[in-house]
Design a protein around this ligand. Structure first.
Ligand code: MCN
Ligand code: MO
Length: 710
């Protein structure tokens, strides 16, 4: 059995030996380089002077519309407004400087709370800045507040952070006279293909996802530049490559979170939470349909998961999702759930400080103890044992507390989150004549290691050594359709599709084996990679079966689709702990130790899962104490480079210890739940809660500044 074991990543040899291939490594003869001119105004009427045949504007790409490239009106600094095509990137960036642009300034609004007033329009062609107002209500909040002994109020801001994967976005597009070929640093080849088909109005498109150096949600949607490069490739008929600079990347892609909650919570003296009343303001940044549609789903997740693992029956949230003249926000690791967990777990800490009680006591008092459970806003928590995990975590918490020195505190957070989204995923499996089994996923892993997990699953079903399995993905030509890698869905949903395809292949191999043994199906069994006659003991190996399949009239090429039943997600949970040390003279904060205890159902590969927790935790720790997009009043991102933007490195990384229990399996055949985002979701509040305890004052904003920690 491979499932459950720490199998080393099959992906790694090529990365470790430097033989991986990212978009920028692909060289096609005659490639031209594309660069984008970007708006220097937060809001303006714009006119780009076309002073050469190699300068292209919105009119060339999307005539008559401001999307994806504006023809008339820009709405944020950094928005692409024209493209140049040149022999190389140096010539391209030089050419950008020669373009003349006329701006006619329009009033702009940077602060979402001001934008809500609608005094200044973010985009003159939109009636209101409010993208969505929604009232969420369950139970009876007024009544619950009447019954409360204590009411605690506050405001919490989950700031705008930037995904910043090591590899920026990037696209190479080439129309070969027959079809459009697009190599892109994306989280899904098939999803990008669908987007390009819609935009370009042609179907003959092949999308290839080469090796991708991280994405963290920022490469789900198609960005304006990806649409533009594809369109220009059709016009110019030369291979076109676009690779943004790091600053362009930080300025314009992967912005996430940016949600503010004003809350009132009603409590009994014993810590029972009766109800939460609040106003949520989500800053969507500038209008861009792909990003805004993506982010609004995350806003809903924030509200619906804000009840955490607690049986709170009364809630009322006024949700405002509002546009501003800043870069659009979009999915960023956790996509709405980090904000939800942040809000509820910060409330738990604040309340425990107000009542003078231990936070674990408050948690236990309010904890959901029987599952499945439907929360007041309709989210079903499918399985697990929250109390057992909480108690186990409490032991680690006490141990960590015993280790603390002066000016050190232990913070904690407990999360539930939604993962493993449907509605479906595909898997293809085929046998090669050399006896190797090729498996292909319709999803798009980009660093997580799902390929290794898929090979483990298939090797177990076919009872073959993992070395016999070859894993592929990331090309719309090799599998008919697919969804992608996000929402911590890939191993659970993509893995279930693999499971289904492998079972089907095993059945077919057994059938062919029986034929070769001149036996009925009931007379044989599949075992250890062979089909064996139960009575006479004769057997044929998978390799022999593969070599005879075609002459016996069988194809060994199967594509399976795995469909997800309602509710269409599965809910892991866990408790994370951060031991934080503060230098009260300099205000410097360090996370010294980090312990995570999770239940993600069946752990397919503990090495991969632990890696996700380590990386995720560091990302979330960085949000608490290092990161944040800083905008000037005039709408300029002030920290759009790696010197100014707090980016965690190994130096800042604490030792992360990971423990897991397997109490809450999902209903999917492989029993797993997602873990790809859990670290990011749980760590931020754990760290802030620790800092808050140490300095004894409420922390409304992140990252915590040194002057606030003295
Ligand atoms: N795993 C496991 N057992 C489980 C759950 C997961 O062994 N019960 C393993 C899987 O085999 C896989 C990894 O953990 O290797 C993550 O699996 P899963 O939770 O299914 O998440 P996805 O593969 O769908 O990854 C998406 C998730 C998201 S949404 C973001 S954002 C994110 C993340 O993964 N972006 C990442 N982790 C990232 N890691 C890297 N290196 N780069 C990114 O861009
Ligand atoms: Mo994601």
């Amino acid at each position: 059995m491979y499932v459950g074991k720490p199998v080393k990543r099959l992906e790694d040899p090529k990365f470790l030996t430097g033989s991986s291939t990212y978009v920028d490594d692909i060289e096609l003869p005659g490639t031209l380089f594309v660069a984008f001119l970007r708006s220097t105004k937060p809001h303006a009427k714009v006119r780009v002077r076309k002073s050469g045949h190699n300068i292209f504007t919105g009119e060339d790409i999307n005539p008559g519309s401001d999307f994806p490239i504006p023809v008339e009106e820009v709405t944020y600094v950094g928005q692409p407004i024209a493209a140049v095509v040149a022999r190389d990137r140096y010539e391209a960036y030089d050419l950008l400087e020669s373009i003349e642009v006329e701006y006619e300034d329009l009033p702009y609004v940077i602060d979402p709370q001001l934008a809500l007033k609608n005094d200044v329009k973010v985009y003159t062609k939109k009636e209101s800045n409010i993208y969505e107002y929604k009232k969420w209500e369950a139970g009876n909040i007024e009544q619950s507040f009447k019954e409360a002994d204590v009411i605690v109020e506050g405001e919490l801001y989950n700031q705008r952070v930037i995904a910043n994967p090591l590899e920026t976005r990037g696209t190479l597009a080439y129309f070969d006279g027959n079809r459009l070929n697009v190599w892109s640093s994306t989280q899904s080849a098939h999803y990008l293909r669908r987007n390009l088909m819609n935009f370009l109005g042609i179907n003959n498109i092949r999308v290839i996802q080469p090796d991708v150096g991280g994405a963290f949600g920022s490469k789900i949607i198609a960005h304006p530049e990806e649409y533009a490069v594809a369109k220009l490739a059709l016009k110019i008929r030369r291979p076109l490559k676009w690779i943004p600079t790091r600053s362009e990347e930080i300025q314009t892609a992967g912005h996430g979170r940016d949600k503010r909650l004003k809350f009132k919570v009603g409590l009994k003296k014993d810590g029972t939470i009766l109800g939460i009343d609040g106003t949520l303001i989500a800053d969507l940044g500038a209008p861009y349909p792909d990003a805004n549609d993506d982010e609004i789903g995350n806003v809903h997740s924030t509200v619906r998961m804000m009840l955490g693992p607690y049986k709170i029956q009364n809630i009322r949230i006024d949700e405002y999702a509002v546009n501003t003249n800043k870069s659009p926000t979009q999915s960023y690791r956790g996509a709405g759930r980090p904000e939800a967990t942040y809000f509820i777990e910060r409330i738990i800490n604040i309340v425990s400080m107000e009542l003078g009680k231990d936070e674990f006591e408050i948690r236990e008092k309010n904890l959901i103890k029987e599952l499945p459970y439907k929360n007041a806003l309709g989210i079903t928590y499918d399985s697990g044992d929250y109390l057992t995990l909480l108690n186990k975590a409490r032991e680690y918490y006490e141990k960590l507390k015993a280790e603390t020195q002066p000016n050190e505190c232990v913070g904690s957070s407990m999360y539930v989150e939604i993962t493993g989204f449907g509605p479906w995923e595909t898997a293809r499996i085929f046998a090669k004549s050399d006896g190797k089994i090729v498996i292909i996923t319709g999803s798009g892993p980009h660093g997580q290691g799902d390929g290794t997990a898929f090979a483990q699953i298939v090797a177990d079903i076919l009872e073959l050594p993992i070395e016999d399995i070859e894993v592929r993905w990331g090309d719309t030509d090799i599998i008919s359709d697919g969804i992608g890698t996000w929402g911590s869905r890939t191993v659970t949903i993509g893995g279930s599709a693999m499971y289904k395809a492998a079972e089907e292949l095993r059945k077919r191999l057994t059938e062919i084996g029986a034929k070769m043994l001149n036996a009925d199906l009931e007379e044989v069994e599949y075992k250890n990679g062979s089909v064996i006659h139960k009575k006479n003991g004769k057997s044929v190996t998978v390799k022999e079966i593969i070599q005879n399949a075609y002459s016996l009239g069988y194809s060994l090429d199967i594509t399976s689709v795995y469909n997800v039943n309602k509710p269409g997600y599965t809910v892991p949970y866990g408790v994370h702990l951060a031991l934080v040390s503060i230098d009260r003279e300099t205000g410097s904060i360090k996370v010294k130790k980090y312990i995570a205890i999770d239940d993600v159902g069946r752990v397919i590969n503990p090495l991969l899962a632990e890696g996700q927790i380590i990386g995720g935790a560091i990302q979330g720790i960085a949000q608490a104490i290092y990161e944040g997009a800083i905008y000037s009043k005039e709408g300029y991102l002030l920290n759009s480079n790696l010197t100014d933007y707090g980016f965690p490195t190994a130096v800042e990384a604490p030792k992360v210890e990971w423990h897991y229990i397997e109490k809450g399996f999902s209903s999917h055949p492989i029993g797993s739940k997602g873990i790809g985002e859990a670290g990011t979701i749980a760590s931020t509040p754990a760290v802030i809660n620790a800092v808050e305890k140490c300095i004894g004052r409420r922390i409304p904003n992140m990252p915590v500044k040194p002057e606030e920690a003295i």
